[in-house]
Design a protein around this ligand. Structure first.
Ligand SMILES: [Zn+2]
Length: 419
């Protein structure tokens, strides 16, 4: 049975709902993937792990002087409960996190509009701010057509303490600042904990070299408000199609497929997989990660997290196949990173959408911009490339990670501070 764009599009439709880490949608998606694997004739394995989960129980923001105005907001997950009974304080808009920006923020609630970095959060705490207001969206947002982002802090943010914060629309911030608010009242109460998420795994043993493993990863979770057609039902559908492909064409080496949960929360599924399979990692020779393909208008790409030699090999093969693509030596913000961190080379195949033709991480991650034809094209090339690797007489890719990639991985995983 050949790789089918139609079948992939139909799986996209089946998975067409919000699949937020640890919630029902993510669980339901995992069950759908398991069922599909059983339909192929294989047995899925579900591995659970714990992921952070918060529930905001109360959240509000009100300007109290020199006028009164309530501003719609969402609470930052894991930003603590210091404002659970409400805090009223002076308001200040800061443009950055330099000492000059922070000299007078002690005891104040600050508005930040440049994004909340980890070092910025730490600087706010050290400077004595008592709360923060961050912005989301664009000046063009229409209430009925957009959702106000729900955000949470990561572990690294809260290493130096917690500062309660909310997120408001950039549109509201634009109208607020010219009116010079001087005092605001912020309330945020939340439950902070964790809940179960899961990876779905399936393996086909190699006939000749069963101990040499190529691992395929794709995340199936989404952020809030997104049905995640492009990001990343497409990659999940491609992995499913590759399972079919290798079920019908038994491979010489072992192929293992991991549908990762909680990627959007910080690659938690792939991190959990790597942590749970530490002893077996030495057998894994390559990670092929699929995160976003299928746009009707786009450009085939591959980010190679590995040696320059692998870029050259891939360039040779795409030319041989008559398949135009751009190959770069780089990391890719997705599930190949925890493997690369263990020295396993990664190739991230994706099809970048042409400018203006896609949106992700919001309600506009829709199926309309995607086609089965595009999806099948990328999947066929991935199968073409991976057949050559998996059935090679000798494994053609060295299990090595060059220093420039180690450097980038370390920065990404915040082992080093960004300079
Ligand atoms: Zn993604």
């Amino acid at each position: 049975m050949a790789i089918s764009g139609k079948r992939m599009m139909s799986l996209l439709k089946t998975l067409g709902f919000e699949r937020l880490s640890t919630y029902e949608g993510e669980k339901k998606a995992a069950e759908i993937l398991c069922e599909e694997i059983r339909t192929i004739g294989l047995t899925p394995v579900v591995e659970t792990f714990m992921a952070p989960r918060y529930t905001v129980t109360n959240c509000s923001l009100t300007v109290t002087a020199p006028f009164e105005q309530s501003i719609p907001c969402t609470g930052y997950g894991f930003s603590g409960n210091d404002a659970k009974d409400g805090i009223e304080a002076e308001f200040q808009y800061i443009e950055g996190f330099e000492p000059i920006d922070l000299q007078n923020v002690k005891g104040k609630i600050v508005l930040i509009t440049q994004g909340l970095t980890i070092s910025g959060y730490e600087a706010l705490i050290k400077a004595g701010a008592v709360g923060f207001i961050a912005t989301a969206g664009t000046f063009r947002d229409k209430l009925s057509e957009t959702d106000l982002d729900e955000r949470m802090l990561r572990d690294k943010h809260t290493e130096h303490g917690k500062l309660p914060g909310v997120c408001i629309r950039v549109k509201d911030a634009l109208s607020l600042i010219p009116k010079h608010p001087t005092r605001v009242r912020l309330t945020l109460a939340q439950e902070e904990g964790e809940a179960e998420s899961q990876n779905v795994i399936c393996e086909i043993k190699g006939s000749t070299y069963p101990d040499e493993v190529v691992i395929y990863t794709a995340h199936y979770d989404t952020v809030r408000f997104s049905k995640g057609f492009f990001d990343n039902s497409t990659g999940s559908a491609m992995v499913m199609e590759l399972i079919r492909h290798y079920h019908e064409n038994p491979p010489k080496r072992t192929v293992r497929f991991v549908f990762c949960g909680s990627e959007e929360r910080g690659l938690l599924g792939s991190k959990a997989y790597v942590a749970a399979h530490e002893e077996e990692l030495s057998n894994i020779r390559l990670c092929i990660n699929l995160d976003m393909a299928g746009p009707i208008l786009g450009k085939e790409m591959a980010n190679v997290t590995g040696e320059e030699a692998l870029c050259h090999a891939l360039s040779f093969i795409y030319k041989e196949a008559g398949y135009p693509m751009v190959v770069r030596q780089d990391i890719y913000s997705s599930d190949s990173i925890p493997f690369a961190d263990k020295g396993i080379p990664g190739i991230n195949f994706f099809r970048a959408a042409s400018p203006g033709t896609s949106q992700i991480h919001c309600r506009y991650d829709v199926i309309d911009i995607l086609s089965g034809e595009s999806l099948a094209k990328t999947t066929k090339f991935v199968a073409y490339f991976s057949d050559r690797v998996i059935n090679a007489a000798f494994f053609p890719i060295e299990r090595k990670m060059p220093d420039n990639m180690v450097e980038k991985i370390d920065r990404y995983l915040l082992k080093k501070k960004n300079s």
